[in-house]
Design a protein around this ligand. Structure first.
Ligand SMILES: C[S@@+](CC[C@H](N)C(=O)[O-])C[C@H]1O[C@@H](n2cnc3c(N)ncnc32)[C@H](O)[C@@H]1O
Length: 307
């Protein structure tokens, strides 16, 4: 059974996990190569969590978030603008509830030590409901295409053909948090290896899905004419402190267990019910640690159009 990732609470709960995961090295390279006022497109934008991250890093220009879920697009428009206003950004709502955000009404409200050198920025934000491959096929001259935690959901080669074609010569494609086929739950359970193998196997049997998308994306980009500018691990690591998880991460873990539960049958792993029950109890008790292996990859197209 295919897993539905279009779950607002799951995507919001993973924000704190993701903030710890991003490779600083790859992100620094991205900031160095990014022109000022870039034209950006975000593939599978979800709840739009990338928008505050861009603004907190002093990046303006234009941002177009695309997601196939109407529910997520509506949420992103409504909630991101409110969040940014609350945090002291100057937000002007434009047509169809999209918005423009300007820095800085209160510099202390969103100081971020990771920011690149430019600090004042205006970002024009739109969210639209569409199939990302179709939307990207009708787009060109983009400075930065982002596809965060997305490339395990589609045919990598087919998506790259479209995504890289949407970029200008010398444009950047950033693929953070791309899942790469290692799922660790601790403490040990006797069925761990079987569950992990069955989970990844079920992902791989779904059309166009790839549980090892991180490494395969890297291989695919190496065979393209541009340059891989950065690669790093960006693992999700969730662990309790004094039996308590940060933010909404307890929910995040319960949702990950739901994905496993919906995917792994008792034919594949006879002990799955016991495994799920004991893992859920450990999440409730604040004793479960989770690691999901992911890659951050940054690619730049050639400066002359030859791809
Ligand atoms: C795992 S979520 C990641 C969301 C967001 N990038 C993040 O990291 O928080 C994948 C997102 O891709 C969207 N999605 C899946 N297939 C899509 C497609 N063909 N076109 C547009 N969006 C798609 C889903 O609705 C979901 O929001």
């Amino acid at each position: 059974m295919d897993v539905d990732h279009a779950l607002v609470r799951y995507l919001e709960a993973k924000r704190t996990v993701d903030d710890r995961s991003f490779s600083r090295r790859v992100r620094d390279t991205l900031y160095e190569l990014l022109p000022s006022e870039p034209r950006m497109i975000d593939i599978g934008a979800g709840t739009g969590a990338t928008v505050p991250r861009l603004l907190d890093s002093g990046i303006g220009g234009s941002y177009r978030g695309i997601d196939s879920s109407e529910q997520l697009t509506a949420y992103a428009r409504a909630v991101r603008s409110r969040e940014l206003r609350f945090r002291g950004y100057d937000v002007t709502t434009t047509a169809e509830e999209n918005f423009t955000v300007s820095d800085i009404t209160d510099a202390d409200a969103h100081t971020n030590t990771d920011s690149p050198s430019h600090t004042e920025s205006t970002l024009a934000v739109t969210f639209e409901t569409a199939d990302a491959l179709t939307a990207a096929a009708n787009t060109d001259d983009i400075d930065l295409l982002m596809a965060q935690q997305f490339m395990d959901l589609v045919s990598i080669e087919q998506a790259l053909d479209v995504f890289l074609d949407a970029l200008r010569p010398g444009g950047l494609a950033y693929f953070p948090l791309t899942f790469d086929g290692t799922t660790v739950f601790q403490p040990d359970h006797p069925a761990d290896s079987e569950v992990e193998a069955a989970y990844h196997n079920a992902i791989d049997t779904a059309p166009d899905r790839d549980s090892h998308a991180g490494r395969h994306l890297l291989d695919a980009l190496r065979n393209r004419p541009g340059t891989v500018r950065g690669v790093d691990a960006a693992d999700a690591v969730v662990y309790p402190q004094e039996n308590t998880y940060r933010g909404d991460e307890q929910y995040y873990l319960q949702q990950l267990l739901t994905f496993v539960e919906e995917t792994v049958t008792s034919d594949a792993v006879p002990e799955i019910n016991d495994w799920i029950a004991s893992r859920r109890q450990q999440v409730s008790d604040g004793t479960l640690t989770y690691v999901g292996h992911r890659y951050d990859i940054l690619y730049q197209t050639p400066t002359h159009r030859s791809w």
